[in-house]
Design a protein around this ligand. Structure first.
Ligand SMILES: Cc1cc2nc3c(=O)[nH]c(=O)nc-3n(C[C@H](O)[C@H](O)[C@H](O)COP(=O)(O)OP(=O)(O)OC[C@H]3O[C@@H](n4cnc5c(N)ncnc54)[C@H](O)[C@@H]3O)c2cc1C
Length: 270
């Protein structure tokens, strides 16, 4: 709601990674209640160091509390802190998400290659290199890291040609996050109880195995395994990425929508 020169914000936002460290937050706020769905939303930059903003940590299954719920009670934001157009926040959000999903594509293969090399070395050390099931899973992982390398080249080429990340960013996001679940399952299967072994100070956000065993790190392969589950949720779930690929890239018919069937009429949508 606009009050003179300020937006007044009431509501709650969940899963704000690093919110306990932040001094500002981007908020997608409904600014026009009469509009439907993606219309009538504005992208605001809000100061978090004010009385109307409360940050509550959420404890994750890995034991960390890296993300938070943020509550807004009559929080204030200057009228000028709008990113893009008033009621045009959805476009800003889609551009942002395309970049979030696409940005890693060019370099993902590098860290996943390093991780897989580490895992392959562990397999050899443990005398499991002759196990046909382990070999098969390692080979599959190797193939996927190579696919990511070529997806990365494609993303980089598109970027160098001035193309902005769009729906195709969902392919890379879907691919790396599903891959990371599989490969960390393999790591935990290979290591057994040793996968629990920690080694030092608190683990980092979105732990990858490069943290495991490095000096002053308490990250274990189980930490990496647990964090990999979250990878198929944050920045958009795998199901939503498949929907984007199907509808916006392959041009398949749209999924039936609970809010757009003949049983309910949306104002302005017939
Ligand atoms: C570790 C972590 C960090 C995060 N950090 C941030 C952050 O910093 N900032 C931020 O804004 N958010 C963050 N998130 C939130 C994250 O972006 C959302 O959790 C995610 O987009 C899913 O949205 P949701 O939780 O509302 O689930 P919902 O949309 O309610 O989905 C619930 C289930 O329904 C499925 N579903 C929903 N819609 C469809 C559809 N159209 N087709 C098929 N299936 C569907 C989903 O796949 C899922 O299985 C984070 C989440 C995690 C796990």
């Amino acid at each position: 709601m606009l009050d003179g020169d300020e937006w007044i914000i009431n509501g709650q936002k969940i899963w704000t990674t690093g919110g306990h460290h932040a001094d500002h937050i981007f908020v997608l706020a409904r600014t026009s209640p009469d509009e439907v769905k993606h219309k009538g939303i504005t992208f605001l930059l809000v100061d978090m160091r004010q009385p109307g903003v409360e940050v509550r940590p959420i404890r994750m299954m890995s034991g960390e509390s890296e993300f938070n719920e943020v509550f807004f009670t009559d929080a204030r934001c200057p009228k000028g802190n709008v990113v893009g157009e008033v009621n045009g926040g959805w476009m800003v959000a889609m551009t942002l998400l395309g970049n979030e999903r696409g940005a890693g594509a060019a370099i993902n293969a590098l860290s996943f290659r390093a991780e897989l090399d580490k895992l392959t070395a562990m397999v050899k050390q443990r005398g499991l290199a002759d196990d046909p099931h382990v070999r098969q899973r390692l080979t599959k992982a190797h193939t996927k890291v190579e696919v990511m390398r070529f997806l990365g080249y494609r993303a980089l080429t598109a970027f160098l040609n001035g193309k902005k990340p769009g729906p195709d960013a969902s392919i890379g996001k879907l691919f790396w996050s599903e891959y990371h679940k599989e490969v960390t399952e393999l790591a935990v299967d290979v290591l057994g109880a040793d996968a629990l072994t920690p080694s030092g100070t608190p683990a980092q956000t979105y732990i990858r195995s490069d943290a495991v065993g490095s000096p002053n790190s308490s990250a274990s392969w189980v930490d990496v395994f647990l964090n990999a589950r979250a990878g198929t949720i944050y920045a958009g779930t795998s199901q939503v990425q498949r929907g984007i690929v199907g509808e916006q890239i392959l041009g398949l018919p749209k999924e039936p929508r609970a809010d757009a069937g003949p049983w309910r009429t949306i104002p302005g949508h017939g």
